[in-house]
Design a protein around this ligand. Sequence first.
Ligand code: COA
Length: 266
Amino acid sequence: MGEYMVEATVIRNDQDGVATLTVNRPDKMNAANREVLAALNSHLDDIEDDESVDVIIITGAGEKAFVAGADINELAARQALDGLEAYMQRTYSRLAAFAKPTIAAINGYALGGGCELALACDIRVASDNAVFGLPETGLGIMPAAGGTQRLVTLAGRGLALDMIITGRRISAEEAKQAGLVTYLTDQETLIAQAEKVAERIRRKGPTAVNLARKVVAAGAKVDEETGLFIERLAQSVLYATAEKKEGTSAFLDKRHPDFGSVRGQH
Ligand code: COA
C-alpha cells in the first residue's frame, strides 16, 4: 500500500489555522477500515507538531455518511487478540487526548465506530440529516472504541444503554436534545458552522484552551475535590502567562486581544 493510498483515504485540507480531515470512502459510507485509521494516525502525527494548525475538524466525504462504522469485512475476520489490540479504540483515545481541540462535523450516518469517532472529539456539529447509532450488538459484538464510556458521560446511562442494547438510531434532533451534539445546521452550511466554532476557539488564549481541555478530561477521572484542586493549579499557571496579560489588558483597553502577538512568550 503506497503512501498516497494511505493519505487518500483521509484527505487533509488546511485553511486559516484549521486542518480539516475528511474520511474519504464515500462509496463505502466512509467505513473505517485499517487504512482509514492508519491515515488518520499519520495526519495526527503531522499535525501534532505543526504550529500552523490550531484546531482540527473531522468530517466524512459525500452527502450520506460521516463514518458508517468499522469496516464489517475486516470485522468478520477478526480474532480474539485483535480485540485486545484495539486499533480503533487506541486511535480514538489518542484523538480524545490530542494536543489540539477537535470538532466533528457530522454530515450523515455516524454509526458504530463513526459515532465513537464523533464522541472522541471535543465538540460535535451535525447536519440535520445526521443519524447516530451503535448497531454493534446486532452484529454479535459491542461498541469497543469508547462508546460504552464516552456516550454514557455525554448523554447519560439511560440513552447510552438504550442505543447500545437495542441498536436504536437517533436523529440529529434527538442527539441535540440529549447534549450529544451542540450545533445543528443544514448540510450546506455544516462545514461553515464547524469553521465558525473553530474560529471562535482560535480567538481564545491557546494555553488557556489547552489547559482547560486537560482539566476537564482529568476531572472526569478523579473525585470532585481533586478536580477542583487541579483546576486551581491550572489557573495558577495561566495567571503567570503573557496570554493572560494580553487578554486582561485588551479588555481594559477596550480592544480585541491579539494572542498571536504573545505566542510562545512566558
Ligand atoms: N463496513 C463495510 N462496508 C460498509 C459499511 C461498513 N460499516 N457500511 C456501508 N458499507 C458499504 C455497503 O456494504 C455498500 O457496499 P457495496 O456498494 O459494495 O454493496 C456501500 O457501503 C453502501 O452501503 P448501503 O448499505 O448500500 O447504503 P444504504 O444507504 O442502503 O445504507 C447504512 C447505509 C449506513 C445504513 C448501511 O450501509 C449500514 O447499516 N452500514 C453498516 C453500519 C454498521 O453496522 N456499522 C457498525 C459496524 S461495527
